[in-house]
Ligand binder design. Structure first.
Ligand code: ADP
Ligand code: MG
Length: 423
């Protein structure tokens, strides 16, 4: 082997691991400024790790993958991140004082930095995956060439073997870069598509429920219309008149409440975490889905308990519960019963949604929560996936128990927030 495989793989894993962590847990969840900080810190750690475990090809001459986190960090993070990385890299390089001289490093990385300042806006503006990939590869190839040229001028005494290793290593670096961008961009595209799909799913549920809501609103309107017709009669007593007017107002109020409840559900999510009281939230969900259930001869009951708080996004929790109750309703073609209940166990709030529908087989249960799995002709197969991801984001768990022909029970466990002063 021309160079130490172990150290090579170690370098590779530093680069991949740190960005994997970044992408998996941070990206998209925080705002732009903290995003830059995270990219900067992760790239800096990656650079330091790579420099701490370098490959040696001839005594006193070391090289490593530090260019990859440097370039990636700057392309994704911007100029400010670039400056910080440059400072970190050169300072650490100065402290270690390895290799053919600190000056060559300064020349190489300042030049790479200037080049990246020019490429960064193009990289950010590129919408096509191919363009991003090309820019990153060009940046990387140029910096490799630059490095080899500078090394050539500062280290003419390297052996031929060492030169071959060096060139091979940096060619591999370009491949690593290629894989890296491929990996990040694919993952980004996928998570973007998934969030779009979740939006679409919500729209579908909103429109399906709208049909039943309009139905529900028609009743109070019809009743009010009837009373108004009765009021046209000049001969009725004042008492009767009052009575009709009061009833009409009540009915109109009911219609108003139904519509305004529905509208809050239909509004796009606010994305802020609040303290949620589960009895209240379940009550709200009950109101939203009742018209949908009534249309299909289904009754929904809710058994409440003492106040219980959890932390989460209100609309997301509604969306999750509505998706599950809606599935329950759709699992009962003629008529049936859905029971929502709330209780507490081991510091956890437990919400159970039980239906008396067709149930599922073992196989079906296993596929729950995976996208596009649907047994319905107009199903999207996204409802349970969205519900699962919402509960996961709230650090909770979901369990399913189902028997074909008997019914299904979804159990949601959420970590309770203790707040005595809220009582
Ligand atoms: P969709 O409702 O669009 O089909 P979901 O992700 O909400 O998509 O549900 C996926 C599948 O899981 C459904 O098509 C159905 O077969 C099954 N399922 C979900 N909930 C229940 C339930 N309560 N009873 C029976 N089957 C269910
Ligand atoms: Mg569904």
């Amino acid at each position: 082997m021309l160079f130490d495989l172990q150290v090579f793989l170690l370098n590779l894993s530093f680069v991949f691991l740190l960005f994997f962590i970044y992408h998996k847990y941070v990206e998209g969840k925080i705002n732009k400024a903290s995003n830059e900080i995270v990219i900067g810190v992760i790239s800096a750690i990656s650079i330091i790790l790579c420099m701490t475990f370098p490959l040696s090809i001839s005594p006193g001459f070391y090289f490593d993958f530090r260019q990859v986190p440097f370039i990636i960090g700057m392309l994704y993070g911007g100029r400010k991140v670039g400056v910080s990385l440059l400072i970190v890299l050169l300072t650490y390089r100065f402290i270690m004082d390895f290799g053919p001289g600190f000056q060559s490093s300064v020349i190489i990385y300042v030049l790479i930095f200037i080049g990246l300042c020019y490429l960064f806006p193009r990289f950010q503006q590129a919408t096509k995956f191919k363009h991003k990939l090309t820019i990153a590869i060009v940046a990387n190839s140029l910096s490799v060439i630059l490095l080899l040229v500078v090394v050539y001028f500062f280290n003419v005494n390297l052996t031929l073997n060492a030169w071959i290793s060096l060139t091979l290593f940096y060619c591999l670096q370009v491949i690593v870069m290629f894989l890296f961008i491929l990996f990040i961009e694919r993952a980004k595209a996928e998570s973007y598509m998934l969030s779009e799909l979740k939006e679409l799913e919500k729209l579908k549920v909103v429109s399906e429920i709208a049909a039943s809501i309009s139905h529900e609103v028609r009743n109070p309107l019809t009743v009010t219309k009837g009373f108004l017709q009765l009021l046209q009669d000049k001969t009725i007593t004042d008492d009767k008149k009052d009575f009709y007017i009061r009833l009409s107002l009540n009915e109109l109020e009911r219609a108003e409440v139904i519509i305004s409840d529905y509208l809050t559900f239909a509004k796009p999510s606010l994305d802020n975490v609040e303290l949620l009281e589960l009895n209240e939230e379940l009550e709200y969900v009950l109101k939203i889905v009742t018209p949908y259930a009534t249309m299909r001869n289904i009754t929904i009951t809710l058994s409440k308990t003492k106040q219980m708080f959890v932390a989460g996004e209100r609309q997301k929790l509604h969306q999750c519960l509505i998706n599950l109750v809606k599935n329950g309703i759709e699992a009962m073609p003629d008529k049936g019963q859905i029971t929502m209940s709330l209780h507490e166990s081991n510091e956890q709030a437990i919400i159970a949604i039980q239906d008396t529908g067709i149930g599922m087989s073992e196989d079906q249960m296993k596929r729950l929560g995976t996208p596009y799995y649907s047994t319905k002709t107009t199903g999207t197969g996204l409802g349970t996936m969205v519900a699962y991801s919402i509960i996961k984001a709230m650090r909770g768990e979901i369990e399913v128990d189902s028997k074909q022909g008997v019914g299904t029970c979804f159990t949601i466990k959420l970590p309770k927030v203790n707040c005595e002063n809220k009582h």
